[in-house]
Design a binder for this molecule. Structure first.
Ligand SMILES: [Ca+2]
Length: 471
C-alpha cells in the first residue's frame, strides 16, 4: 500500500537518513505572505484564527519559532532573501532602494544549478523577475497606474497601500481588467498561477516562489469569510497600547496613519477581524495549491514546501500599526518546512533570518552557494546537528533603529530619537518592561550594545563605520 504523506504517520520507520533525499534535486515551493505576524497560525498557539492548511504544514513538518527578518520592510526584506545578503551589502537599505545584485541571486543560482525557476505574485524589487533570474512568471503583480478615483478598504478608509498595482507580464503588458490594486479574491489568482506551474510536466526540477499579498493592507473582506471572526470576540494583543512612548522613527509613516492616535481598542479589533479573514482566505488558497501538489506528488517524495512571511506587523501592539520596528511581533516571521525527509511535527528555536533561506534552499537543491552570500544554511538546524547557527541576531530599520537579540535579551537603539530599550524576553515576552535605565542591567546593556556595534561595523553599516573612523 502506498502511504499518503498527508495521512497521520502512525509508524515511523526511517529508511533513509533525514534530509538526504533519494532525488538530490527535489522540487521546492516557497510560499511567502506579506506582513503576517508569526503568532497567526492556529497550530502554533493562536486559539482564534483558522489556518487548517498551515496547521497541516506545521504538523507534517518542522517549524522555526524564533525566525526573524533583519530589516522589517517589504522591499529590503525581499531583497535580502533574493541576495542572501544584508541590505548594507546588497544596496537595499533605505533611503537607498537600488539593489546591487551583480552577484548571483537565489533564482540565478537555482537556474544555473539545473532548475526551472518560476515566479508568482507580488514583485517589488527594482528590475523584473526575468532580470533577477526567474525564467518565467505567471500571476505577476506589480506597480501599474494609480486609479483616478480613491478606493476604500473594509473599514471605509481611503486605500493607500498597493495603489494602482496590476497583474502584468514580465515585459510590462498590463491587465487592469483583472483589478487595480488589491481585490478581495486576489490570493486565489496567485493560487491559480501556482497550480498551473505545479501541473506542468518537465524532466527538470522546479523552484516555485509564490508571493501572496495577504495580509498586507488595504484589508478587504475576502469571499466566504464575511461571517468569520467578530470584533467583540477578537483578543487584543497582550501588548496593545494606545500610544508608543516616543517617536520610534516612523510616526508619520503610511502604515502608522491607518488609525488615529491614541489607538482605540475597537479600531484594532475591527482591523484584526479583517486581517485574520485575509489570512484564513490565503490559507484556503494554500490548501488549493497543496491539493494540486497531491495530484503530482501525493507522498511528497520529491517536494519541499517552505512557508514564511517577509516580516510581521504591529497592528495595535506597542501603540503601533505598521512594521518598521524591532519588536517581536514585527521582526518575527513564521517559518515552516515540510516535505521529503523534513522531520515531522518538530520545532526549532534557533535564531535565524529570512535571508538564510537562500543558502538553505541551495543546499536542499544541491546547488553551490557563492562566497558573496552572507547568510547561513539552516540545514544543520533542521538535521538537529546544531541548536544555533548564530550567537545573536541583528535588526535595523533605516537610520532610525538598530537591535540585537542575544539569548533572552534584546537591546534596541534609536539613534535619531536618542533612546534605548532593553527587554528580558523570557520574563517579559511581550516587551512591556524597558530595563534600559535599570542599574542592575547596565553591564548587560553595555555588552549587547558593544556586540551590536561590532557586528554592524563589520557588515558595512555606515552609521557605525563613521563612529569607528572617528575613534
Ligand atoms: Ca511586507
Amino acid at each position: 500500500m502506498i502511504r499518503n504523506f498527508w495521512l497521520p504517520c502512525i509508524v515511523v520507520v526511517q529508511l533513509v537518513p533525514l534530509l538526504q533525499a533519494a532525488n538530490p534535486q527535489p522540487n521546492i515551493i516557497l510560499l511567502i505572505s506579506d506582513d503576517q505576524r508569526s503568532d497567526t497560525i492556529a497550530a502554533l498557539g493562536n486559539d482564534t484564527i483558522q489556518t487548517p492548511n498551515l496547521d497541516s504544514l506545521v504538523k507534517l513538518g518542522t517549524s522555526f519559532t524564533r525566525a526573524t527578518c533583519g530589516n522589517p520592510l517589504c522591499v529590503p526584506a525581499r531583497a535580502e532573501l533574493l541576495s542572501g545578503q544584508t541590505g548594507f551589502r546588497n544596496g537595499v537599505h533605505p533611503p537607498n532602494n537600488k539593489p546591487d545584485l551583480t552577484h548571483t541571486t537565489l533564482a540565478q543560482a537555482l537556474t544555473n544549478g539545473g532548475y526551472n525557476t518560476y515566479w508568482v505574485g507580488k514583485w517589488m524589487i527594482a528590475g523584473r523577475p526575468s532580470t533577477r533570474g526567474f525564467q518565467e512568471s505567471l500571476g505577476l503583480f506589480a506597480s501599474g497606474k494609480r486609479p483616478a478615483q480613491p478606493q476604500y478598504d473594509a473599514a471605509g478608509r481611503v486605500v493607500t497601500g498597493y495603489r494602482g498595482w496590476m497583474f502584468q507580464t514580465d515585459d510590462r503588458q498590463l491587465f487592469p481588467e483583472q483589478g487595480v490594486g488589491l481585490t478581495p479574491d486576489i490570493e486565489s489568482k496567485f493560487a491559480d498561477a501556482a497550480i498551473e506551474f505545479i501541473s506542468r510536466k518537465s524532466t527538470k526540477p522546479y523552484f516555485l516562489q509564490v508571493n501572496f499579498t495577504a495580509p498586507h493592507d488595504p484589508l478587504l473582506n475576502p469571499p466566504d469569510w464575511d461571517d468569520t471572526y467578530t470584533a467583540k470576540d477578537m483578543p487584543l494583543p497582550e501588548n496593545f497600547r494606545a500610544k508608543h512612548p516616543f517617536d520610534h522613527g516612523n510616526f508619520s509613516g503610511r502604515d502608522e496613519m491607518l488609525n488615529p492616535w491614541p489607538r482605540k481598542k475597537k479600531d484594532i479589533q475591527r482591523d484584526l477581524v479583517t486581517y485574520y479573514r485575509v489570512i484564513s482566505y490565503m490559507d484556503q488558497q494554500i490548501g488549493r495549491i497543496l491539493d494540486a501538489l497531491k495530484q503530482t506528488d501525493p507522498e511528497l517524495n520529491n517536494t519541499i514546501i517552505i512557508f514564511t512571511s517577509d516580516h510581521g506587523l504591529a497592528i495595535g501592539s506597542h501603540g503601533l500599526m505598521g512594521k518598521q520596528n524591532m519588536y517581536e511581533h514585527t521582526i518575527g516571521i513564521p517559518l515552516l518546512f515540510t516535505g521529503v525527509n523534513i522531520p515531522r511535527g518538530e520545532q526549532r528555536s534557533a535564531q535565524c533570518y529570512l535571508r538564510d533561506l537562500y543558502p538553505t534552499i541551495c543546499e536542499l537543491a544541491d546547488v553551490e552557494v557563492l562566497p558573496a552570500v552572507e547568510a547561513t544554511s539552516l540545514m544543520p538546524i533542521l538535521r538537529n546537528e546544531l541548536k544555533e547557527v548564530y550567537p545573536f541576531i541583528i535588526g535595523y530599520y533605516h537610520d532610525q533603529q538598530r537591535m540585537i537579540r542575544m539569548q533572552n535579551w534584546k537591546y534596541i537603539y534609536y539613534p535619531k530619537a536618542n533612546r534605548e530599550q532593553l527587554f528580558h524576553l523570557s520574563a517579559d515576552p511581550h516587551e512591556m518592561r524597558d530595563l534600559s535605565n535599570s542599574k542592575r542591567a547596565t553591564r548587560v546593556k553595555e555588552q549587547l550594545r558593544e556586540e551590536m556595534i561590532v557586528w554592524l561595523q563589520n557588515h558595512g553599516d555606515s552609521m557605525f563605520s563613521a563612529v569607528n573612523s572617528d575613534e
